[in-house]
Write a protein that binds this ligand. Structure first.
Ligand SMILES: C[S@@+](CC[C@H](N)C(=O)[O-])C[C@H]1O[C@@H](n2cnc3c(N)ncnc32)[C@H](O)[C@@H]1O
Length: 223
């Protein structure tokens, strides 16, 4: 039996270090009673659960990765949020909801799938009038991205950055320590080692400066 789930759970705790920024972005939205929220590319649902906890609303998390969705499903049970949170297998490439379904659309780390401009254009129809889109994306081309907001039918409410230093301190350094710990504890768990290797490759890319680490949240309102 692999210790993959155990590692996934610990990794999620590290991801939770970034929840304070999810909360900061959420707090910049005007108060909304019982919002309907769509979390696009929800993964294991760290922000999804946080959004449900902060709001009194209903949250749908969508993703294509079944293992991540199963993990979110377990969290929904553990937190007894079954009546307010659902995890659905659905791709960004094919997702279709009735027009004006949501008060808030949230996407952390998933906008790369079809790109910033395509995403904010396509998701516009799923928002109720005057409602909100929150994106957490890499800092690359940030000025250009911010310039697209009005062109695509939104106004800018707020934006803030998560620096390289912050990512190292709150995410990558603890993750690297966790990888080493699990490597040491379970050297014969090949499934786990495979996953640890993948995560280490991601960290090594960050170290070599071949990828952008810093990121930004942007909060927009549909006009
Ligand atoms: C960087 S993770 C972010 C997960 C989560 N939002 C978070 O912030 O912890 C990106 C997620 O996008 C998902 N994803 C990739 N392609 C997708 C697609 N075509 N449709 C839906 N989700 C997708 C991945 O499976 C992954 O869970």
């Amino acid at each position: 039996m692999s210790n993959l789930n155990l590692y996934g759970g610990e990794k999620d705790h590290i991801r939770e270090n970034l929840n304070k920024y999810t909360r900061k972005a959420f707090k910049s939205l005007p108060k909304c009673k019982n919002p309907h929220i769509l979390d696009i590319g929800c993964g294991t649902g760290v922000p999804t659960i946080e959004l449900a906890t902060m709001s009194d609303g209903h949250v749908i998390g969508i993703d294509i990765d079944v293992t991540s969705l199963n993990s979110l499903q377990r969290k929904i049970k553990e937190t007894e949020l079954n009546n307010r949170v659902s995890a659905i297998k659905n791709s960004i490439l094919t997702m279709d909801f009735p027009e004006e379904s949501f008060d808030i659309i949230w996407a952390e780390g998933s906008i790369f799938v079809i790109g910033f401009e395509n995403s904010i254009k396509k998701w516009h129809q799923f928002l109720k009038p005057n409602r909100f889109l929150v994106i957490h994306d890499e800092n690359k081309d940030k000025t250009k991205k911010l310039g697209l907001i009005t062109k695509c039918g939104y106004t800018l409410i707020a934006q803030f950055e998560l620096s390289d230093n912050l990512w190292w301190l709150e995410y990558y350094t603890p993750l690297e320590q966790l990888i080493q710990e699990f490597r040491h504890k379970y050297p014969k768990d090949s499934e786990l080692i495979n996953e640890l290797n993948k995560d280490q490759i991601e960290i090594d890319k960050c170290k070599s400066n071949s990828v952008v680490i810093s990121s930004f949240f942007v909060i927009m309102q549909k006009v």
